[in-house]
Design a protein around this ligand. Structure first.
Ligand SMILES: Nc1ncnc2c1ncn2[C@@H]1O[C@H](COP(=O)(O)OP(=O)(O)O)[C@@H](O)[C@H]1O
Ligand SMILES: [Mg+2]
Length: 358
């Protein structure tokens, strides 16, 4: 049944008052009956007092209803205001906040909770919108380049060598696009909870060695020194393939941003209190400007757009962060005074899952 709170409250107040008054009236009638029993005929008492008592009961009950109606109105008014304002909030107007005239702490609490929820939704929607805009932008640039090159090549008869050059460059762009879409797919699948970490005992120092050997050519080419500091016991149940990606992205950035003849320091160590592993990668590059640090793990975020574009997908750190989140760990970026950037990844041993009962 669809009854308003105001009406329900008013009717219940008035009904309670009416029943109470009826009981009092009955008691008064009975008392007078006992008191005047020997002097006056009971029928006379009843006929004299009953209508008066009934009138009083009716009057006070009606007055209670009116009072309760007014009181309940002021109690439920903020609910109506909150409902009306919340109804107007849509995907495009999530920056609106509810401003009900709620003086009581309960309503103020409710309004605060709703506004915090709107705030979280607003942030999530903004991130989503920005990601969509960034993806379209990142897709358009290589596709435009690809199209331009092919159009120019087709404008006249070319030598097989020229065609080969165009095809090579097209292949490079396509490889970059493929890598980008695979990275994005992995990040979004992790964030949507569609991927599980396939944990197996993993020696993180070994993973780092694997990643370093893949970067060996570039490290040599730039004359970089790699300092390894592998402490014993840096082994934990981790998704090996995913942690390989994390190590690769961090080391790839360190190689990319460290000037020639610079130094990269990699540390792996067991996590003392909780168990698990810490992986740290530190370089002697320019570091990350402090104002950019809070954004560095967002997809497609690059400090130096012009310099970084083309040399990576802009998804390396976002992917590393997603993988670390999947493992219940944390990733932090810092600047080491006098050196470059430092990335710390903590990968704790997962809490044992409660065993389902029989
Ligand atoms: N070791 C580092 N030193 C300085 N800046 C870094 C370092 N690692 C990452 N960054 C900054 O973070 C941005 C994002 O990194 P990443 O997600 O790996 O994307 P990409 O390497 O494709 O540019 C980089 O463009 C760069 O501006
Ligand atoms: Mg990178």
């Amino acid at each position: 049944m669809n009854r308003s709170l105001r009406r329900t409250l008013a009717v219940r107040f008035a009904a309670t008052m009416g029943v109470g008054l009826l009981a009092v009236a009955a008691a008064v009638l009975y008392g007078s009956h006992l008191f005047f029993e020997h002097h006056v005929d009971p029928a006379v008492i009843r006929s004299a007092m009953a209508p008066a008592l009934a009138g009083v009961v009716l009057l006070i009950t009606a007055a209670t209803f009116v009072g309760a109606w007014w009181l309940a109105g002021s109690v439920v008014r903020p609910v109506a205001e909150i409902t009306e304002q919340a109804t107007l909030v849509e995907a495009g107007t999530l920056n609106q906040r509810i401003v009900a005239h709620a003086e009581t702490s309960e309503y103020r609490g409710l309004v605060a909770v709703l506004n915090r929820m709107l705030e979280r939704l607003d942030v999530a929607f903004r991130i989503q919108r920005r990601l969509t805009a960034d993806v379209s932008h990142e897709l358009r640039s290589p596709l435009t380049a690809l199209r331009g090159e092919i159009e120019v090549a087709l404008r006249a008869e070319r030598s097989p060598r020229d065609y080969q050059r165009v095809l090579h460059s097209a292949l490079e762009e396509i490889e970059r696009l493929t890598e980008m879409s695979e990275d994005l797919l992995l990040i979004t699948r992790i964030d949507a909870g569609l991927l599980q970490a396939q944990r197996q005992p993993t020696d993180v120092a070994e993973v780092v060695e694997g990643a370093l050997s893949l970067l060996h050519g570039r490290i040599e080419e730039r004359g970089l020194t790699v300092e390894r500091c592998f402490k014993d016991g840096a082994v934990a149940p981790l998704d090996r393939e995913m942690i390989e990606r994390v190590a690769h992205h961090l080391l790839d950035n360190a190689v990319k941003f460290t000037p020639p003849e610079g130094t990269i320091r990699v540390t792996t160590a067991p996590l003392d209190r909780v168990g698990g592993v810490r992986l740290s990668v530190e370089d002697s590059g320019p570091g990350v400007p402090p104002e950019y640090l809070p954004h560095i793990f967002e997809p497609f975020y690059r400090v130096d757009e012009a310099r970084s574009r083309g040399s990576g997908t802009g998804l390396g750190l976002a992917m590393a962060a997603a993988i670390v989140r999947l493992h219940g760990g944390t990733i932090r970026a810092n600047n080491v005074p006098g050196r470059g950037a430092r990335f710390d990844v903590d990968l704790p041993v997962p809490e044992p899952q409660p065993v389902a009962g029989p």
